[in-house]
Design a protein around this ligand. Structure first.
Ligand SMILES: Nc1ncnc2c1ncn2[C@@H]1O[C@H](COP(=O)(O)OP(=O)(O)O)[C@@H](O)[C@H]1O
Ligand SMILES: [Mg+2]
Length: 347
């Protein structure tokens, strides 16, 4: 009998894996995590058969994994070279790691994006900021979780920040200086898509949440690592389902996602006081909020498990076809021998 095929999830943050693992376990979908960071890849081995999902996050360096993204590039190239089915593959990793790439692609596709100046290194920052009116936003090209996103009311404030102890240099050396979008209501909207389909839209309350709007429950932990407990119970959630969200932007996101091989992602936009709908962030390592999931008529995790269930079924069918062809050619023994060279990474 041939082995059951598995979903392999490439990532570096076990906290974000727990809800996914629970969802896969609920439906009996075989899954395994490959934690990338300080791990070994032997290029002489073949990857196991199955489906692969890259969830390498732009904020990996903030969790002590500065090389995880580079290792993921290598692993994805290796998977591609063996023809493995990868969800959110190499193009998506590039988009995840660079807001410049996201904005350039969105702009080329006709989306309204914030006016942005990207500055490499720090010597030109103060001068480049003066290309933008105040207030303006400074953020890192490789960001995530709202890390290092700040608004400045004056250029002098920015100069002082650059010279002061709070200045955080970007991990890839690139800073984005950006038009500060003035929202009509104090919220952003995030549109979740899975496997080429719209799942739901949520709002995040920027009035109370500021810029740190990661919806994962694990992100709600305070810096000291203790459960949020009292503070989480103190007020209503920052996140809400945006019920019955029917807007032409959804079809455009799905189209864009299709063109850029993005299969699972959350697109963020702000509706401004002057009537613009401005897309500013694509989260390809998207996380789902437990309260939202409980309230949604079709939870995103159900969409995710259905999607991977379909992909694994297709892989099973392809493997069965392959085995039948091999048997027919009298090469079954050869195929079994090849399987012994299969490898795993980062366990
Ligand atoms: N240009 C902008 N104008 C106003 N608010 C912004 C702008 N860019 C980001 N923000 C706010 O900061 C949050 C985090 O910024 P974002 O670009 O999404 O970075 P990250 O990838 O870290 O989530 C956004 O959700 C939004 O609330
Ligand atoms: Mg964001």
């Amino acid at each position: 009998m041939r082995p059951t095929l598995c979903l392999y999830v490439l990532h570096e943050n076990p906290d974000w894996y727990a809800p996914l693992a629970a969802a896969f376990d609920r439906v009996g979908l075989p899954h395994e995590q490959w934690l990338l960071g300080d791990t070994v890849l032997d290029l002489d081995t073949a990857p196991p058969r199955g489906v692969f999902w890259s969830r390498m996050s732009a904020s990996s360096h903030t969790r002590g994994h500065p090389f995880a993204k580079d290792q993921t590039r290598g692993v994805l190239a290796w998977l591609d070279s063996h023809g493995r089915r990868v969800v959110n593959g190499r193009r998506v990793l590039d988009l995840e790691m660079s807001k410049v790439e996201q904005l350039a692609a969105l702009r080329a596709a006709g989306f309204d994006v914030p006016r942005t100046v990207a500055v490499a290194g720090s010597t030109e920052l103060a001068a480049a900021a003066r290309k933008l009116p105040v207030p303006f936003i400074s953020k890192h090209n490789q960001g995530g979780k709202g890390f290092a996103v700040r608004s400045f009311a004056t250029h002098a404030d920015y100069d002082a920040y650059l010279a002061g102890p709070e200045y955080e240099p970007p991990v890839d050396g690139i800073t984005l200086l950006q038009e500060h979008l003035v929202a009509a209501r104090p919220e952003i909207t995030r549109v979740e898509i899975v496997g080429g389909a719209f799942v739901y839209a949520i709002t995040a309350d920027t009035g109370r949440g500021g810029f740190q709007l990661c919806p994962a429950d694990a992100c709600a932990l305070p810096a000291d690592g203790r459960p949020a407990g009292a503070s989480a119970a103190a007020g209503p959630s920052l996140f809400a389902l945006r019920r019955d969200f029917e807007h032409p932007i959804v079809a455009r996101y799905l189209d864009f996602a299709g063109q850029h091989d993005i299969e699972i992602a959350g697109f963020e936009f702000i509706e401004t006081v002057d009537g613009r709908l401005v897309t500013y962030d694509i989260n390809t390592t998207t996380n789902y909020n437990a309260e939202i999931e409980a309230a949604a008529s079709r939870p995103a995790l159900v969409a995710v498990t259905d999607f991977f269930g379909r992909l694994l079924a297709a892989e099973h069918a392809a493997a069965a076809e392959h085995a039948a062809a091999a048997d027919h050619a009298g090469a079954a023994g050869h195929a079994r021998a090849a399987e012994h060279g299969e490898a795993t990474v980062g366990q």
